[in-house]
Design a protein around this ligand. Structure first.
Ligand code: ATP
Length: 282
């Protein structure tokens, strides 16, 4: 399978402080890859190295088989899009005017602006100046800018951190649609629910090191305690192990028609993270 990102032995030190240490992973073409960790774990540092905004102290971070700093011409840079917290938008221009400028820069038809505005749910606000926007709206304009040229690879650093639930859902649907059209997505987040909803595979980062890397479903299987919670028709709750004795008890309850609902007790990604790292997600 083709890898679009390859990170080998990556380390970044700020003076003596190790922000990222011996990080290794690959992102496969077509997947949504989640890079998860609490505040200060090294997510932004890694994304900055991958997108050429920082140099690594050790190791390498390759995008399409190359260091991003080697991408000199605009056509190479057009292959990826980046959403970071530094907006670089023109505050006295409107949302539409800002995106139109990018269309001109990338030599894209202006119709792409309408598609991108719809993607981020800002069609009605298109004439508003950047200086008049809320933090969440700015985040959506920056996302619209990152996807204008439908890049092969999209880097998203905490893409929904300033959004309300309705817009968060809107963005999730847009990202899935973009991914289905072929865009590979590298996403950092500290929101484990977001990662579970969107990502094909996730890496857990803690104190600059990857602790686990797998599909969310595999991690949940691996960390499951093998029990089920059964709610009975009389509102009592029974917890059964998924073994022979549990199956016998379940069969008996079914025969007596006493079962209301059955839930498998899967841990959430947040539970797994806390278990593996011993830390909290902040
Ligand atoms: N330019 C810098 N100089 C010194 N230390 C830095 C610098 N940039 C980041 N750090 C430190 O490196 C560590 C990792 O920071 P980073 O921004 O990568 O974390 P993060 O996981 O993205 O956190 P958050 O979710 O809060 O954005 C932090 O302890 C941070 O203080």
């Amino acid at each position: 399978m083709e890898n679009v990102i390859e990170v080998k032995g990556l380390a970044k030190y700020f003076s003596n402080f190790k922000a990222v240490e011996d990080v290794n992973f690959q992102v496969r073409k077509g997947e949504i890859f989640g890079f998860l960790g609490p505040s200060g774990s090294g997510k932004t540092t890694t994304i900055k190295i991958l997108t050429g905004q920082l140099d690594p102290t050790e190791g390498e971070a390759l995008v399409f088989g190359e260091k991003v700093s080697n991408f000199k011409n605009p056509n190479e840079r057009k292959r990826f899009g980046v959403l970071t917290d530094n907006s670089g938008l023109y505050s006295r221009l409107s949302i539409f005017e800002n995106l139109k400028l990018y269309c001109e820069l990338y030599d894209l038809p202006i119709s792409k602006v309408d598609e991108a505005l719809n993607f981020v749910n800002l069609t009605e606000a298109r004439k508003k100046k950047i200086s008049e926007l809320s933090k969440g709206m700015i985040q959506r304009v920056v996302l619209a800018r990152a996807i204008l040229h439908e890049p092969e690879l999209l880097f998203l650093d905490e893409p929904t951190s300033a959004l309300d639930p309705v817009n968060t859902l809107h963005i999730y649907n847009g990202l899935r649609a973009l991914n289905e059209k072929g865009t590979t997505i590298f996403l950092t987040t500290h929101d484990m629910q977001e990662a579970d909803t969107l990502c094909d595979r996730v890496a857990f980062l803690n104190e600059g090191k990857i602790q686990l890397l797998d599909k969310p479903s595999e991690l949940k299987k691996q960390f499951s305690d093998g029990t089920m919670t059964i709610e009975l028709t009389n509102n009592e709750t029974v917890i059964l192990k998924r073994d022979e004795a549990g199956a016998d008890k379940m069969f008996q309850l079914m025969k007596e028609n006493r079962i209301s609902t059955v839930h498998s007790n899967e841990p959430s990604l947040g539970d797994i993270f806390v278990k593996v790292t011993g830390g909290e997600l902040i």
